[in-house]
Structures are given as C-alpha cells and as structure tokens.
Design a protein around this ligand. Structure first.
Ligand code: ADP
Length: 166
C-alpha cells in the first residue's frame, strides 16, 4: 500500500503544485500534501492560510489529504507510514537543490525514496515567488492560481500595502 508525502511551503498553492498532486495521486494509494509549518522562507501567508488554500485547491483530487507538519520530513514519513517523497522538477535550476535534499533524506531514513515528477510544460517556469512578485506589481495572476487563491493573494497584498509593508 504505497503512501507518499508531497512536502512544500505552498505559499500559495499554484496550478504547478496542483498538477504534480494530480499526477502523484495516480501513482499512490494515498498522498499527503504536507504544508511546512516552519519554513525559513518568510512566507506571505500563515500556515493556517496556506493549509486552507491547499485544502480547497486539492479538494477534488481523490486520495489526497492536506496535513500540517512541523519538523523533518523523514520523521513525517515514519509517522504517516509513508515511504516516498514527491517533488516537482521544473527546470535544471531545481536539480542541484533537489539532488542534495533527496540524498540527505535518504541518509537520515534509508526507506525514503524521492520521486520526481514533471508538470505540464506550461507550468515549467511557474513558482509561488513569481506569483507573489507579479501580484505586488499589480499584474494578473489568474493564469497561475485558482480564482479564490488570486483573491486571497490580492487581498493580502492590499493589506500589506495599507500598512506600507510592500
Ligand atoms: P519548497 O518551499 O519546498 O520549494 P514549494 O511550495 O515551493 O516548496 O514547492 C513544493 C513542491 O512543489 C516542490 O517539489 C516544487 O518543486 C513543486 N512545485 C512548485 N511549483 C511547481 C511547478 N510549477 N511545477 C512543478 N512542480 C512545482
């Protein structure tokens, strides 16, 4: 009964994330999308907001459950009796970092296999950072995220702008 974890910051969830989640759900009996509780990435959204958006965006995909986790992904594997870690691979620029992570995780937990999936090519250059940058510059992010995520991003940025934080 293969179970996989799909970890990330999801700040916010994009069509690229959703694409990978759909592909993973066809390969495993259960996929937990793991929203990192403790990123050093200074996220735009709180973990609760990121969880809510991920849950709503992945709602229609069978076998996917969104969870929150605070700690090492290899410990999360044990807790959820999972053996695979799903990561999306976009361009060559992802490779070096992902390669290091995959080996580090396997060093810490022999059972940890990382499975790389490639998104539809139209999402190859899509990432959450770009979405936030475009929104800050008042561009349209409707092609990159679901409508309700777009509204949340725009509302968050308006709020930060009022406080003169962006
Ligand atoms: P992290 O903070 O760990 O990089 P992200 O939330 O940015 O987490 O991404 C989580 C996972 O989703 C990563 O494996 C990342 O490569 C993948 N991902 C994000 N955007 C895309 C995309 N456009 N296409 C394919 N995979 C993606």
């Amino acid at each position: 009964m293969p179970v996989a974890l799909y970890p990330g910051t999801f700040d916010p969830i994009t069509y690229g994330h959703i694409d990978i989640a759909k592909r993973a759900s066809k390969m495993f009996n259960k996929v937990y999308a793991v929203v990192a509780d403790n990123p050093n990435k200074n996220p735009l959204f709180t973990v609760e907001e990121r969880l809510d958006m991920a849950r709503a965006a992945l709602e229609g995909i069978k076998k996917i459950e969104v969870i929150r986790y605070n700690g090492l992904i290899v410990n999360c594997l044990d807790e959820y009796e999972a053996t695979s870690i799903i990561r999306g691979l976009r361009a060559l620029s992802d490779f070096e970092y992902e390669f290091q992570m995959a080996f580090t995780n396997r060093n810490m937990n022999k059972a940890a296999e990382t499975v790389f999936l490639m998104p539809n090519e139209k999402y190859t250059y899509l990432n959450s950072t770009m979405v936030k940058e475009i929104a800050k510059l008042q561009g349209d992010i409707g092609k990159f995220v679901p409508e309700f995520v777009k509204e949340k991003v725009e509302a968050k940025i308006r709020k930060l702008r009022r406080k003169k934080l962006v």
